[in-house]
Design a protein around this ligand. Structure first.
Ligand code: SF4
Length: 304
């Protein structure tokens, strides 16, 4: 882990915790925005804050200069834009930031960021190509679920048809993408649909990696209020593992890394798909059977 001087850290980042996907652990982290411009998803910490702000170019340039002065960044070729949906920023603003990155950090070859499906569609082929030509390589997209009902319930603000179209557009342009979804997002009622349809969605596209997180709504979110009021029935831990297993059993996507190592996950998982699939399912079966043999019968896994 790299320790940054607290005073520099204060100039570089808005929060003590910097949110970035696991594959970006070695990347230079450049914060270009705070929060999410959408901030409506009922399970997300950003819904509680509604604090979106894009940094002006001058401030971003100052951050790039600081990052370029740090010896540990001298040979790093990957850079990640910190901010929940940086792709929403106007293309000209992103272009100016990318140009400043190349000027001050000339060794950087790949620049990655979070983006929503609707923003990919709004950018369109031409703008995405411009960004790609300036070094943007990969977009991290939270699909959350492959079930339109679950997406509607959690107010995701986009549906699976839009997501599919957006990812096909990234394929066309030649930008890679990594996807994430949330185990338990359908609650008790939609657990089976959520798991099977999410796997089905993943199987239609070509993600570089998939990240499975587990529902853990924070204070101030609608989801937490719904759980506390009994309007949403959160899965108990053993059913959470069954849902994850059902998704993984149905997942056939090739050449993909599957991460289930978020702090919210009950079982830590990092696997190559589909090479490690059988081994992962076997291990999960062992763990499930040792957890609660009264409730769980391995043959029933597929019929939660
Ligand atoms: S889940 Fe993503 S899109 Fe939804 S509010 Fe949070 S950061 Fe924004």
């Amino acid at each position: 882990m790299t320790m940054i001087d607290p005073e520099l850290s204060y100039k570089l980042y808005s929060d003590e915790i910097i949110y970035r996907p696991p594959p970006e652990s070695e990347s230079i982290l450049l914060q270009v925005a705070v929060g999410c411009s959408y901030s409506e998803c009922t399970f997300c910490r950003e819904q509680a804050h509604h604090r979106f702000k894009a940094y002006p170019l001058a401030e971003v340039e100052e951050k790039i200069a600081i990052l370029a002065s740090l010896p540990e960044n001298k040979h790093k070729k990957e850079l990640f834009f910190v901010g929940e949906n940086c792709l929403v920023l106007p293309t000209q603003h992103l272009v100016a930031i990318l140009q400043a990155v190349h000027e001050l950090l000339p060794q950087v070859e790949h620049i990655n960021m979070y983006g929503r499906a609707v923003e990919i569609l709004q950018k369109g082929h031409a703008d995405l190509t411009t960004l790609k030509n300036l070094g943007v390589s990969s977009i991290y997209v939270g699909i959350e679920s492959g079930s339109d009902q679950v997406l509607k319930n959690c107010k995701k603000g986009e549906n699976t048809a839009q997501m599919l179209k957006a990812l096909q557009l990234l394929d066309e342009v030649g930008l890679t993408y990594s996807l994430s979804s949330i185990i338990g997002l359908g609650g008790e009622e939609l657990a089976w649909e959520h798991a099977t349809k999410t796997a089905e969605f993943y199987n239609q596209v070509h993600p570089k990696s998939i990240r499975l997180m587990t529902l853990s709504p924070e204070k101030g979110t609608t989801m937490l209020a719904d759980i506390q009021a009994g309007r949403f029935h959160q899965l108990p831990p053993w059913k959470t593992i069954l849902e994850e297993r059902l998704l993984l059993k149905n997942l056939t996507v090739e050449n993909c890394l599957v991460y289930g190592n978020h702090f919210s996950n009950i079982l830590p998982l990092v696997a190559r798909w589909t090479e490690d699939k059988e081994l992962v399912l076997e291990k999960m079966d062992e763990i499930i059977c040792s957890m609660d043999p009264e409730k769980i019968h391995s043959k029933d896994f597929d019929h939660m």
